[in-house]
Design a protein around this ligand. Structure first.
Ligand SMILES: Cc1cc2nc3c(=O)[nH]c(=O)nc-3n(C[C@H](O)[C@H](O)[C@H](O)COP(=O)(O)OP(=O)(O)OC[C@H]3O[C@@H](n4cnc5c(N)ncnc54)[C@H](O)[C@@H]3O)c2cc1C
Length: 391
């Protein structure tokens, strides 16, 4: 087994905390320090889809299945709806046949609930140290160890540094060099409401994905069905890479004015305070430089359309722990980790781009899409097998 006496993880989001758990459980790390720049470890108030591939990873790193089930919600179907006509296009049965096939239910939950599960586990492990309000500003390595510098002037030495610092990763620039952030011109708004506020138009036990020209709306219940999560996404007519003043809240309603009443009712209630501009980066072959390595969005940021960014970060975390447990040296473990993870996450990144185009089709393209999808069986898992069936 490979062993790193001191590990520093930069970023205490889903990927960073999951990695701390995974390394602690694998026995491949001594002391694990998680450095998070936010004043406390927290997630934004929104929902998260977790497919079986992510649930297997979570159990592998030691999060109890019962704890996940206690705060998750299990939709019966993933229903693709036409945002203009209000009609069902196709549905994927994620009930019993899905459970039999993948051994886990498709689960949706509040992000804060998942982060709390990870935090509860992390605080119960004596070799994990959680440091909030600690911003990493630089890192350097000599091949056998690495040092991380923080904004308060401190330096943290480690045998292994994991950059789990998200889309705008500082560690990525150091490990890979600058890489282009590819803005898609799409923007998302998200929010959570008491389920009762949308009960009349909500999809009951189904997760609804309403698609229309240059827009989509995702809706599903979370926290045992007490809350309803919504993500409103559209292509901004004002998009320009030259300035940031696009995708504003003032553009939302005009984008959805031709949508069916159920969609308009949901969009009206969306939180307009904050938005997320949809962006990714092109896949790269390696995320290692000596003892510095990347994970999650820092390594392979993707568009959110296949709902896999966090799922892939969890797979990464499980894989890194397992690689340490099964390798002779830390360097071998890092090579194995990247050899396994880079091709898979690249495929997910590409698929997310393609699925976005498919969702947002207009005119004849949308007509053909709907015609073809209406013919598929609800228990036809062939298209998503590679994604959801992965262990
Ligand atoms: C609208 C939307 C919907 C989505 N829906 C889903 C979904 O349903 N399912 C799914 O799997 N994925 C989904 N995703 C993607 C998912 O949110 C991300 O892929 C996931 O959060 C990545 O986790 P991470 O830990 O790698 O990065 P992050 O969540 O970005 O965490 C990075 C952490 O590092 C910290 N940090 C950053 N810089 C520093 C620094 N210099 N020093 C110290 N700390 C630092 C940050 O504060 C943060 O806590 C969605 C994304 C969006 C935008």
């Amino acid at each position: 087994m490979a062993f790193a006496e001191r590990v520093v993880i930069v970023g205490g989001g889903i990927g960073g905390l999951a990695t701390a758990l995974s390394l602690s459980r694998s026995g491949g790390a001594g002391h694990i320090q998680v450095l998070e720049r936010a004043p406390r470890f927290a997630e934004i108030g929104a929902g998260l889809q977790l497919a079986p591939n992510a649930l297997h990873a979570l159990t592998q790193i030691g999060v109890p299945e019962e704890a996940i089930a206690a705060c998750g919600f299990h939709p019966s179907r993933l229903a693709l709806m036409d945002a203009l006509t209000g009609q069902l296009i196709t549905a994927l049965d994620v009930g019993e046949p899905f459970l039999r096939r993948y051994g886990r239910r498709y689960t949706v939950m509040h992000r804060g609930d998942l982060l709390q599960l990870l935090l509860d586990e992390a605080t119960s492990r004596s070799n994990i140290e959680l440091c909030a309000a600690t911003t990493v500003v630089g890192a350097a390595g000599n091949g056998r160890s690495a040092t991380v510098d923080t904004a308060d002037g401190a330096s943290h030495h480690a045998d292994l540094v994991v950059g789990a610092d998200g889309l705008h990763s500082v560690l990525r620039d150091i490990i890979i060099g600058e890489s282009e952030l590819v803005l898609s011109g799409y923007v998302s708004y998200r929010g959570v409401l008491p389920f009762d506020r949308l009960a009349d138009v909500a999809g009951g036990e189904d997760m609804l994905i309403w698609c229309g020209p240059g827009m989509h709306l995702v809706q599903y219940p979370i926290r045992r069905g007490e809350l309803y999560n919504q993500v409103v996404c559209f292509r901004s007519d004002r998009y320009s890479p030259e300035h940031d003043n696009w995708g504003t809240a003032g553009e939302i309603d005009s984008h959805y004015e031709n949508a069916c009443p159920a969609v308009r009712a949901g969009v009206e209630l969306i939180d307009r305070e904050r938005n997320w501009k949809m962006a990714d980066r092109a896949p790269v072959d390696s995320w290692i430089s000596g003892r510095l390595v990347l994970l999650g969005d820092a390594a392979h940021p993707m568009l959110q359309y296949v709902a896999q960014g966090a799922c892939q970060a969890l797979e990464d975390a499980a894989c890194l722990g397992q690689s340490l447990a099964q390798s002779a040296t830390v360097d071998d473990a890092l090579s194995t980790y990247v050899r396994i993870r880079a091709p898979r996450t690249a495929r997910v990144q590409h698929s997310a781009r393609m699925f976005g185009q498919f969702l947002h089709l207009d005119g004849m393209g949308a007509t053909v899409r709907n015609f073809l999808l209406r013919r598929r069986a609800t228990d036809d898992y062939s298209e998503s097998e590679w994604l959801h069936g992965y262990r």
